[in-house]
Design a binder for this molecule. Structure first.
Ligand SMILES: [Zn+2]
Length: 696
């Protein structure tokens, strides 16, 4: 999903925390926005395809209408906005109507007069008598309000926002582009205060800046129509500027563990057997690996470590695996602070993910280790533009060869993959030694792809659809969300169809990546706090908490709400049934980094899986199905020191997994509380254990 000029850093986050915005308040001030003027931006996704546009037309200097539409992967918002600007550059009136990405209706209004303002949308309502000089931030919409924000934060000014929050901006780099008529003097600014990470926007330089472009490297570029040719320069310049910020991040928030280090008095989790080891142990770390594990205090005098840390009886776990991510450069801190030290990327722009893997290894990107999966999609009007998009079997085979040569352990087939080439492609991937997972291509059922040789199925909805689709169901559309929401509640789990399907999975040894949490939105009504993030909501910056009350689905009444809730509860139950039938699970998010995985594990316990077995799924299974069990996934001598300390006992109470006190990975030590503070998040642990230098 793409939201033009809004906070898109943590794309996954944007699904929940998207803050729409409205267009430039300063029209009255800017000679260029004369009455009757029109501006048009095009939204280009990485494959070069135009996937959307924003068209602004202003009847007078202070009254504008915007039409914003974006379609990618069979979904996207369509929104109309009406804006009236106040003389001071803020908003006087705002109205937005239309449809959000997943079909819920958008109906948002704001009005301000004489310092008194009120706002109302399907997710919230509020008012204030202290509105003077503050800029309203709509929840949905085209997002062109960054133009007003850019003008109102000029000269280092801090801008108060409505309903809440403050914004500042700084210039990261400048760029002169184009020739003659097309010549533009631009600057890349970073707005801080709206999200966990900065928002980057390209604006024109000068006293009355205008929005010029918005870039998400590796995903999309939004530029004025006619300026598409400048995209590559903008992307390069922005990547350089972002990497400079990121490098500072990594250096500030992690410390190298050079020489022999020891963590004393820890309770070790034996991931392979899903239980805690008896007694306390000392874990020695040297050159990024576990060099020795001894009973607590054994040989203490002789070992001569450079530094030591007392775990104080805390539980030590191997680093967690997020088995369903789409990595960017900015969610790494959130992953590491929550103990997620390895993520499996399940589809991305190939050059981008390769760069991020190198930048992470070089320490310029602060984030977990990445295991890439090769995204393989078919050409159709609904195609998701990642990885390789193919039409012929030969193209599919060449894509597999590319992935095999680049060390990918797996490919992921997507919604529009041509059925006629599926079996041959799966066989070819196996020949090349790769695992195959995926969505179920349209007009097939999960049972068909398992019989075709899939090793893994991604997403609980793709599994439920096995029992719900007919030959006309097109799962490339929103049907893949609405059908499971409507019908799962009535499914007979004791019936032959379900039993035979589970038997088939068992017989074929297929594993499942349910991503239950990312489907919580199926039953969330606008205005209702997301159950997926309720446990952490009050730790987040208030500006983000706002985004947690936006649903996404069209849920017209209480009856439908109850139905969708029952369906979601049964999806959770189905995961428990698969586990009890001996079908291996892996835990993934496909949404906000870190926090989503914590919720995912909680839902597995809710599905009836014992907490200790859930931790095995998140560690041992993750390493096994990422093919990195040789050096991760358990606390063993010789393996990477890839571990975390937790306050409380998550083998008893899975919620304790949120209390991460220390993370060690990639030869560095990370204090989660410090990372959370940097991100504007209230830490989860009161006191972090400290390393003591031994003076050796
Ligand atoms: Zn995904």
């Amino acid at each position: 999903m793409n939201i033009p000029f809004a906070n898109r850093r943590l794309l996954a986050l944007s699904v929940l925390f998207s803050l729409g915005l409205i267009s430039a308040a300063a029209l009255a001030q800017s000679p260029s926005q004369a009455a009757g003027s029109e501006r048009r931006w095009v939204i280009i996704v990485d494959s070069g395809n135009q996937a959307g546009e924003i068209v602004e037309s202003c009847g007078t200097a202070r009254d504008c209408k915007l039409r914003y539409i974006f379609k990618d992967n069979g979904r996207g918002p369509e929104i109309l906005e009406r804006i009236r600007y106040a003389a001071d550059g803020t908003l006087e009136r705002y109205a937005a109507t239309g449809e959000s990405t997943f079909g819920s209706s958008v109906d948002e209004r704001f009005a301000s007069k004489n310092g008194r303002a009120q706002w109302q949308s399907t997710a919230e309502r509020g008012s204030t008598d202290a509105a003077a000089g503050k800029l309203y931030l709509p929840l949905q919409g085209s997002g062109i309000v960054y133009e007003a924000m850019a003008r109102l934060t000029a000269g280092g000014k801090t801008l108060a926002m409505l309903p809440t929050g403050e914004v500042t901006r700084r210039t990261l780099t400048t760029l002169a582009l184009g020739e003659g008529e097309q010549r533009r003097e631009l600057e890349l600014v970073a707005f801080s205060g709206l999200g966990l990470t900065p928002d980057f926007v390209w604006i024109t330089r000068g006293a009355l800046p205008q929005i010029f472009a918005y870039v998400i490297p590796g995903y999309s570029v939004t530029v004025p129509a006619g300026f598409e040719g400048l995209s590559a320069r903008l992307i390069e310049a922005q990547k350089t500027a972002e990497n400079q910020l990121l490098a500072g991040f990594a250096a500030r928030l992690s410390a190298p563990l050079e020489g022999l280090s020891v963590i004393r008095n820890a309770r070790l989790f034996v991931s392979e057997r899903a239980r805690l080891r008896d007694g306390l142990h000392d874990v020695y770390i040297l050159r990024g690996r576990i060099s020795s594990i001894q009973p607590a205090g054994a040989g203490r005098e002789a070992t001569q470590p450079v530094r030591e840390l007392d775990a104080g009886g805390r539980v030590m776990l191997p680093g967690l695996f997020d088995m369903h991510a789409h990595v960017g450069r900015w969610e790494g801190g959130l992953n590491l602070a929550t103990g997620v030290t390895t993520v499996r990327d399940l589809g991305n722009d190939n050059p981008t993910v390769q760069q991020i893997i190198d930048e992470t290894a070089a320490g310029t990107v602060f984030g977990p280790q990445i295991v890439p999966t090769g995204f393989l999609e078919g050409e159709s009007p609904y195609s998701a533009r990642n990885g390789f998009v193919i039409s012929t079997l030969d193209q599919a085979k060449r894509a597999v060869d590319w992935y095999a040569a680049h060390g990918y352990p797996q490919i992921k087939i997507y919604n529009s993959f041509p059925r006629e080439h599926l079996r041959a492609t799966v066989a070819y991937a196996h020949e090349r030694g790769l695992r195959v997972s995926g969505h179920v291509p349209a007009f097939l059922r999960a049972r068909d792809v398992v019989e075709a040789g899939f090793d893994e199925l991604n997403h609980i909805n793709q599994i439920m659809l096995n029992f719900l689709v007919d030959e006309r169901t097109d799962t490339r559309t929103l049907q893949r969300f609405y059908l499971p929401a409507e019908k799962t509640a009535g499914l007979d789990f004791e019936g032959s169809a379900v039993r035979e399907f589970i038997d088939l999975l068992k017989a074929r040894g297929t594993n499942i990546d349910p991503t239950l949490t990312t489907f919580d939105f199926l039953r969330q009504r606008d205005g209702e706090l997301s159950a997926a993030y309720a446990a952490i909501a009050d730790h987040l910056p208030v500006t983000l908490q706002r985004g947690l009350v936006s649903g996404g689905m069209k849920i017209p009444n209480e009856r439908v709400h109850a139905l969708y809730n029952r369906s979601y509860a049964r999806m959770i139950d189905f995961v428990g049934r698969m586990h009890r039938a001996g079908i291996p699970l892996v835990a993934g998010t496909d949404a906000i980094a870190g926090f989503t995985l914590q919720r995912e594990l909680e839902l597995y316990v809710q599905a009836g899986i014992p907490a200790a077995e859930v931790l095995r799924i998140a560690t041992w299974n993750g390493a096994k199905y990422s093919r990195v069990l040789a050096d991760r996934g358990s606390l063993e001598v010789g393996k990477l020191a890839d571990l975390m300390l937790v306050d409380g006992d998550p083998t008893q109470d899975i919620a304790a997994i949120r209390n991460v006190a220390l993370v060690v990975t990639q030869g560095r030590s990370i204090d989660p509380a410090a990372v959370f503070r940097e991100l504007g998040i209230k830490p989860f642990v009161a006191t972090s254990p400290r390393w003591e230098k031994t003076g050796r």
